[in-house]
Design a protein around this ligand. Structure first.
Ligand code: SF4
Ligand code: SF4
Length: 155
């Protein structure tokens, strides 16, 4: 009997907390609707993934390699990003470019997102601004580890 009473008490307590949040949020939203600015804002529920929150311009999203005007990757396979990466998750294989103006290009450029910590060091280290993390894409899921080994050499 005491146990049932405790369960009931906790249920009522939970409902009271939910109701408190509901009315507090509704008050803030109503004040805002009438143009009254408050220091605190009402909580907003974003219907992810149908609706997505705008990312900050400085946000590190998934990687991309900037293409050159002729469509080839602008990476010159210098390996600086590979050297600086703290997670050792970049794999770059260099090849000769037929264009004599370009020394090298990546025959293979893979980022292993299983290990990447999104620090952005690779972007900072690149001397030709070839690698960027500005795709705005943050969805990252795969059923296999291999699915998160993403090739970047085809822009
Ligand atoms: S973001 Fe950081 S961890 Fe990820 S590939 Fe670049 S340097 Fe490596
Ligand atoms: S992405 Fe930049 S730092 Fe990395 S290998 Fe290519 S040119 Fe070098």
């Amino acid at each position: 009997m005491i146990k049932a009473w405790r369960v009931l008490r906790e249920l009522v307590r939970g409902a009271a907390i939910t109701a408190r949040h509901f009315f507090v949020n509704m008050t803030f939203h109503t004040l805002r609707l009438f143009g009254i600015r408050t220091r605190r804002r009402g909580a907003v529920t974003i219907q992810y993934p149908e609706v997505q929150k705008a990312l900050s311009p400085r946000h590190h999203s998934l990687h991309r390699i900037r293409p050159r005007p002729d469509g080839k990757p602008s990476c010159v396979a210098c390996m600086l990003c590979v050297t600086v990466c703290p997670s050792e998750c970049l794999y770059v294989e260099a090849a000769e470019d037929p264009d004599p103006e370009v020394q090298k290009l990546p025959a293979k450029f893979v980022v292993d997102l299983n290990r990447c910590c999104f620090c952005g060091f690779c972007v900072e280290a690149c001397p030709v601004d070839a690698i960027r993390m500005d795709t705005g894409e943050i969805r990252l899921a795969s059923l296999t580890r291999a699915g998160l080994e993403v090739p970047l050499d085809k822009p």
